[in-house]
Design a protein around this ligand. Structure first.
Ligand code: FNR
Length: 371
């Protein structure tokens, strides 16, 4: 369909389903076991209702904010997701270019299908890129990667901690592809680290998640990371309140509450519910570090709900992969413009003229779940 007929993220996903090769769609869409966490990530948003304020001036509404001090047009960012080239020949660069003109921050995956240098080279001088780190079990090899992205100008490290072993993603496993697959012209640039076990029988995730550090701890890994980089450190994959508090005590700059889009531990809590519990039980942590969530965010109202509950920003994974697969760079810009309109509409209807006007009292968790 013509792009001007596309008005929602669901529309974009529908187009992606039609154009993506079977293997690519299987990898992008897959989630663990019976996809309960994947589905609940999105359903959780329907348990939170707005309590809008009226009679507040909103003719000027500004949805911009900052993430780790870096400007962003909206409280959203691109989550690091592997292998964008499976869906489109330009891969990650579609996202980089789309984000440049829309002023959105892109987190680049350790398992990107282009080199970190190629992606950095495609960015504009004023653009912010973050880096998602899968830490190699050999500290010396991990260090090389961190130094490389630091030199390339990436502005933060998001250390992923929820994927030390691959989740059981059956759609992906049933439809394996191989890292030397010429059909897709795709390879993962981290294979210099000796990853890429295409015979694992565990699908793409099994091929990619091979040499990751399975023995990370708060006491050892965070001080090590601090000692080797000056970049801000965010822990990606926090799944409960107690670990959010430990992260705060470890002195990191932020946490991304996430269950990897339901692709890792099946029955991991929906991130929105964890955010809600953290906000209720430990409001003080929000003053000490930034808190983000990802998983199942498909509407402007989803973004606004998370912002009300204290999330500085939210990440989206699959929607950006689908958008660049369906329409390249233009699709990425379209996705962002759809979310912008939805976010601003929701904010104005709630009586919020800026992100700071969104407060916890403006949402209520209900038990008459309509989903
Ligand atoms: C991911 N995700 C991910 N996370 C990460 O830390 N490193 C990675 O390489 C990847 N790769 C990846 C590939 C694909 C195809 C998907 C869909 C996801 C997880 C990602 O960063 C994010 O947590 C989720 O995608 C968020 O959920 P939604 O927005 O996809 O529902």
């Amino acid at each position: 369909p013509l792009l001007n007929r596309i008005i929602s993220l669901a529309d974009i996903e529908e187009v992606a389903k039609q154009v993506l090769p079977h293997k690519a769609m299987s990898y992008y869409s897959s989630a663990a076991d019976d996809k309960i966490s994947f589905k609940e990530n999105a359903r959780a948003f329907s348990r939170f209702f707005f309590k809008a304020r009226v009679m507040r001036p909103v003719s000027r509404c500004d949805p911009s904010t900052t993430i780790l001090g870096f400007k962003t047009a909206l409280p959203i960012f691109v989550c690091g997701a592997a292998l964008a080239k499976l869906g489109h020949p330009l891969g990650e660069i579609n996202i980089t270019r789309g984000c440049a003109s829309s002023q959105i921050i892109q987190m680049v995956s350790s398992n990107a299908s282009l080199s970190y240098a190629e992606i950095a080279a495609a960015s504009s001088p004023s653009q912010t890129l973050f880096f998602q780190l899968y830490k190699h079990k050999d500290d010396a090899i991990a260090l090389k990667r961190i130094q490389e992205v630091e030199q390339l100008g990436y502005k933060a490290i998001f250390l992923t901690v929820d994927a030390i072993v691959p989740g059981n993603r059956e759609t992906d496993i049933k439809s394996p592809w191989f890292l030397d697959d010429q059909e897709n012209g795709t390879k993962v640039y981290n294979d210099g680290e000796g990853a890429a076990d295409t015979n694992s029988g565990l699908g793409t995730a099994g091929a990619l998640i091979v040499n990751d550090d399975r023995d990370m701890t708060w006491e050892k890994t965070i001080p090590w990371l601090r000692s080797v980089t000056k970049l801000p450190i965010v822990i990606k994959g926090i799944q409960r309140v107690e670990d959010a508090v430990l992260a705060c005590e470890a002195g990191v700059d932020g946490i991304l509450i996430s269950n990897h889009g339901g692709r890792q531990l099946e029955f991991s809590f929906p991130p929105l519910e964890t955010l809600y519990r953290l906000r209720t039980q430990h409001p003080e942590v929000f003053n000490k570090m930034e808190v983000y969530i990802d998983g199942g965010i498909r509407r402007g109202t989803d973004v606004v709900k998370a912002a009300c509950l204290g999330a500085k920003a939210v990440g989206l994974g699959r929607p950006f992969l689908y958008a660049q697969s369906a329409y390249g760079e233009t699709g990425v810009r379209k996705l962002i413009s759809i979310l912008e309109r939805e976010i601003v509409t929701a904010m104005q209807l709630m009586g919020a003229a800026k992100i700071a006007d969104l407060t916890p009292d403006m949402v209520e968790r209900v038990d008459w779940n309509p989903a």
